[in-house]
Write a protein that binds this ligand. Sequence first.
Ligand code: ADP
Length: 305
Amino acid sequence: FRINMTELELMEELGRGNYGTVKKVLHRPTNTIMAMKEIRLELEESKLNAIIMELDILHRAVAPEIVEFYGAFFIESCVYYCMEYMDAGSLDRLCGAGVPDHVLARITHAMVRGLHFLKDDLQIIHRDVKPTNVLVNRKGEVKLCDFGVSGQLEKSLAKTNIGCQSYMAPERIQGESQNNLGTYTVASDVWSLGLSMIEMALGQYPYPPETYANVFAQLTAIVHGPPPELPAGYSEEAEAFVAMCLRKDPAQRPTYAELLEQPFLVNDKTREVDMVGWVAKAIDHRDVHRTVSSSRLDQPGSVPQ
Ligand code: ADP
């Protein structure tokens, strides 16, 4: 069935991204809560239609590690994209002071399974692996979203990605500067996975912009510097796993099948991990910090005790 706007009851805003806003909505005919992303595109109707058709492949992207796609439509120059509502939000905001080893293993396991499924079953390369594109719910489930399925959509979104947080692999950064597009391989996503793991462990992006004089210096560090490592306190298995993902030479990085065989993920299979408890704590931590920073904004000059 097709979803259209008249069937949706708009609820609160969930967040804002680079390209538009995400709102919580109720789909009345099925009584389903969804997340609806609005992407504003200045395009003619035939191009918008092409995007909606290309997005259709997402109906086949059904797996426990992938955020479910419910449908897309357009009104005037906006594409509306309806997906599963994930009530704990994105992973970047849940990592606070860093995730413990066993939780890191469980999250990484979900990410690798999801990426492997996209590649093997649908021949899709994600192209934008990073903690903001990993969503979590209070059941402790971890799922990927925002992967590149529509060539037309990718082309239309302004390429403003070279921001202060680049998850791009060294070979991608070099490729961009040589104008060598279209060479994206799974190995580049494996790099982004490794970088995302370090960010989860540190609770912050591994190449913090304040360390570098400018974006050029930061990108130079990614391309020519040694790859980052996990902070102290993680298992040898975790360290070895991240080091493989962050090999500078893309040909030396493991495939998803190989990653699934690594002790770091094999050990996770039989281990009890209280993901529900971790998510609940992470949400509390996030919301406390949000309250503190918003009360600071309300009362400039006051120092929270
Ligand atoms: P970006 O463009 O930066 O990737 P998005 O537009 O995808 O960001 O999302 C913005 C924010 O909206 C996210 O950080 C997240 O908090 C929220 N969000 C996105 N999708 C969902 C969803 N399916 N369920 C719940 N919250 C979501």
